[in-house]
Each structure stands twice: as C-alpha cells, then as structure tokens.
Write a protein that binds this ligand. Structure first.
Ligand SMILES: C[S@@+](CC[C@H](N)C(=O)[O-])C[C@H]1O[C@@H](n2cnc3c(N)ncnc32)[C@H](O)[C@@H]1O
Length: 371
C-alpha cells in the first residue's frame, strides 16, 4: 500500500495540476490503476513509472499522441526510456546553451561596432544554417596540426595569404600576413582578438584587385558557397596560388567510404545533390588533388573526424558544430543517433567496422585542391 499515491499527492510531488492528471487518465495516457483501502483510485509504482515518462517527454515538448506511442512501445523498457530521456534533456540543455552563446556573439559584435543586418540577426537565432551553428563551433572545431602541416606545405613560403570562409581562423598561418574573408557576423565576432584582420565578404565576390595575394586558401567552407565554381575563380583571380581543403562527395567518396553516411545518415546524398563534383571544381581552376588522411584522433571535429571514435557522434556538442547534422533535420538526426547508439550497445557497429580498429589514419575522400 505504501507504494500507492493519491492523485493529489502525485500532483504535488510532480508539480502538475490535478486537472492535468485527470486529463491523462481520461485519454488513457497515464492512469491510477490501483484502489486505496478507502476505495480511492491511486497510482501504483508501475503507474508512477509510466507517468514519470509521460511528464518527462511532455517537458521536452512532445505531443500527447506522440508520447502515447513512445510509452506504449513494447520494445522500450524503463531503463531504455531513462537513457533516451537523459540524452534528449542534455540535447535541450546544449541547444539552450548554444542560443545563449549566439546572443553573446551578437552582443560582442555590436560592442565592437560590427554591423549586423536584419537578416543576420535572424540567422543568429537559428533561421539560417551557419549563423545558428556558428556559436557551437568553437566547442570541437580547432586546428588539427597534421592537416595544418599539409596545408602549410601547399601554401609554400609566401608572405601574404588570403583566407576565404575563414570562420574563427583555425588554419590561418600565424607567421604570415593574412587577410581573412568571412560573411558571417557570428563567426567574425568569435575570432580571437589577435587573429588576422577580417573582411565581411563572400567568396563569390572578393573585394580585392587581381593578383593581390600570393596564395589564397579556403578550408572546409567550399560546400557552403552558393556558387563554388565562381568562388574558386575569384580566388584564382586575386591570388597567384590557390589551396582548398574540401571533400569528395561522389558515390566513391565519403558517402560510401564513411560508415556514418553509408549506414546511418544516407540523407547526406540529398545535401550534395546538384553540387559540382570535386574533379569538376579542380578542373575549374586547373588544380591538382592531394588526398588528406584523417588521423584517428583528429583534433578538429569535422564530420568525418570521429571515424574511429563512433560514440562521439552521440554527443550533442559534437554534432552541433558540424553543419551536416543541422541540414539533415532533427528527425534524420535522431534516427541516425538512436540507430548508432543501439549498434554500439549491441556490438553490431564493432562487428561491421572491424577493419578500422587498427587504422591510424583513414582515407575518407578529403582532398586538397592545389592550383
Ligand atoms: C565549416 S566553417 C569553416 C571555417 C574555417 N575555415 C575553419 O576551418 O575553421 C565554414 C565557413 O564558411 C563560411 N561561408 C559560408 N558561405 C560562404 C561564402 N559564400 N563565401 C565565403 N565563406 C562562406 C561560413 O560562414 C563559415 O564560417
């Protein structure tokens, strides 16, 4: 009997109204199925467990019908619900933290006199891709020294470097005269105070005279450009040498080489549909292509970085710093993460990817274009 709780007591403990509990009872979502000695309907321990799940999913913003499907799922036991609820709540917390960071970035931009247009202000709050993920970027995106060394070697010993789509400046050589170009106010505002001067412009229209720079570099940005071929031609126009880090998104590239897009997130195919293939981009500026291997402990958290550390993709901050996850949408993201989570727990991922465990670096279709 001790385990049984009256409706009033449950309402008090859970911080919900008696009316809400009656409603859940009426629609069959969470019922007090037991009777007290005095004949009142009371919640048994099992009723409370179910109600707790209902309330937690409700707090996360799920609709009542959706919650009914979730709590009635015979394949999900109480522990699985707790794991899922925990992950969803952490995600919600991280999203709130990212929004706070976005607000801070906008405040910092305003304090530094950086003009933000109405469009940019909306982007900061998530209406458009890059501004919304920009605030989450610094959490996992930093210079990977082995890849930086390859970029530096390709840049040669030139003094004046243009860095296009520079973001927070991860791969900018510190010992050269660098000018950065970055269209996003949120990203510009996050550049360290000692970073190179940054111009608000886009790759497709670089505000510089022909041949102004020795090399122009672009790192992990080309896939965001509206017109990558026009952007590359602009780089070629303003610089004598061009070095671009990008990925091969063809069938033979990372879409099929990388287990994440192949087995869990086939939606990436839709993201790159209609984009020019990497060899066409290389041809546009007469570039040669050099493969870039991804070390198993890659310091820069780009999409492919955790190929040998799959559990990292279950972490919200890891995903929020990579645009692919925002672009595929929350449904695909949740499905992919749940499936990966299950395969890691069951050992299926390890079985399927046995050949990766001993690899120090992987060829996943990442390329330097050097012209
Ligand atoms: C993945 S981040 C890479 C930033 C930086 N290069 C790095 O490696 O840390 C992509 C950047 O490209 C910028 N970007 C988007 N569209 C662009 C365009 N049309 N021209 C130049 N940069 C662009 C975004 O604002 C963002 O800062």
């Amino acid at each position: 009997m001790k385990e049984h709780l009256t409706v009033g007591r449950v309402a008090e403990l859970a911080g919900v109204s008696v009316r809400t509990l009656h409603h859940y009872d009426e629609i069959g979502l969470a019922r007090p199925s037991a009777r007290s000695a005095a004949g009142y309907r009371v919640y048994s321990a099992a009723d409370v467990e179910r109600l707790r799940e209902v309330l937690a999913y409700r707090r996360l913003g799920f609709g009542l019908r959706e919650i009914a499907d979730l709590v009635d799922d015979p394949d999900t036991d109480a522990v699985a619900h707790l794991h899922r609820l925990r992950r969803l709540l952490l995600e919600q917390r991280d999203r709130a933290a990212a929004t706070v960071t976005a607000i801070d970035a906008e405040l910092a931009a305003r304090a530094r006199g950086i003009h933000t247009t109405s469009e940019e202000q909306l982007m900061v709050f998530g209406a458009r891709l890059y501004e919304s993920i920009g605030s989450a970027y610094p959490a996992t995106r930093r210079t990977e020294p082995r890849i930086a060394a390859q970029v530096l070697a390709a840049l040669g010993d030139a003094r004046t470097v243009l860095n296009v789509g520079a973001g927070t400046g991860s791969y900018e050589p510190r010992d050269r005269d660098v000018i950065a170009v970055e269209p996003s106010a949120a990203m510009r505002a996050q550049r360290p105070p000692d970073a190179a001067p940054c111009v608000a412009a886009s790759a497709e229209r670089l505000p510089f005279a022909d041949g102004s720079f020795d090399p122009a570099m672009a790192f992990s940005t080309l896939h965001h450009w509206d017109d990558p071929v026009a952007g590359l031609r602009e780089m070629r126009r303003v610089a004598r040498r061009v070095v671009v880090f990008t990925h091969d998104t063809s069938e033979a590239g990372w879409r099929h080489r990388f287990w994440l897009s192949r087995d869990y997130l086939p939606e990436v195919a839709g993201l790159v549909a209609g984009r020019p293939p990497v060899d066409e981009l290389a041809r546009a500026i007469g570039a040669r292509m050099e493969p870039v291997l991804v070390p198993w402990d890659c310091a820069d958290g780009f999409f492919e970085a955790y190929w040998r550390r799959p559990a990292a993709y279950l972490e919200e901050p890891v995903r929020r710093a990579v645009s692919v996850w925002s672009r595929v949408g929350p449904e695909a993201e949740r499905r992919a993460v749940d499936a990966l989570d299950a395969d890691l727990a069951s050992g299926r991922w390890a079985e399927r990817n046995r050949d990766l465990v001993d690899l120090e670096a992987a060829e996943l279709g990442l390329r330097l274009l050097i012209a």
